[in-house]
Design a protein around this ligand. Sequence first.
Ligand SMILES: Cc1cc2nc3c(=O)[nH]c(=O)nc-3n(C[C@H](O)[C@H](O)[C@H](O)COP(=O)(O)O)c2cc1C
Length: 218
Amino acid sequence: MGTEKIDEILRNKGEKMQSMKEIMQNRYSCRNFKDEKIADEVVREIINLTRLTPSSQALEPWKFVVVSGELLKELGSICNNQPQVSGCSHAVIILARTDLQSKDEYLTRIITSKKKDEQKTQKYIKNVALKTDLLSQAELKQYASLQCYMALANLVNIAESFDVKSCIIGAFDYEKLVKFVNLKEQFKPCIVVALGLSDDVPTPKIRQSLEDILVWKR
Ligand SMILES: Cc1cc2nc3c(=O)[nH]c(=O)nc-3n(C[C@H](O)[C@H](O)[C@H](O)COP(=O)(O)O)c2cc1C
């Protein structure tokens, strides 16, 4: 990836920047990446913008692990030997975090970081915990994963806006991925995204018609 391109992306004002309409039409699941690597700064900027994704109760229950270099081979084998993983430039593993209960330091930390008033902070923590304290670990993972999927959608579209191609990877060996990530147990693998560059011409999208999926109620 050339320095001019990196500069254009980081300044976010390149002539080739795509409109939202173009991004939605042009993004596709790329399964044939070039050998050329994306600059780390560009991947960083993709995650930096993904960070702004909305989340339930503003809990941001996610972590992004970026994998590159030799480790992609191992990750590829964990992802059912899908060649677009071992052959990509960078892979992002989105982890759902489950430490969202009153006993967890993270819940206090994330809420305190957003509220200035001590009384309001305590009230907000109590309110969130009223819900999350009732959830099992599996339910917490499910709840956090829903937010991660929102981040995922933004991530692939932000990548496309920089002409970085992506492939969402949901097929992986969960236990092996847990070992690979090797983070504390509150971080649960949710989804993987392979990122890279490609010269492929995408095939036209086949989707249900608008009439088939849209219902007006008025
Ligand atoms: C949750 C999820 C999991 C997916 N897992 C895989 C996967 O493991 N391997 C793969 O090649 N594509 C995977 N895909 C990509 C879909 O097959 C693809 O998005 C769909 O066929 C539509 O094609 P498009 O993305 O090119 O528009 C996944 C997509 C989603 C949303």
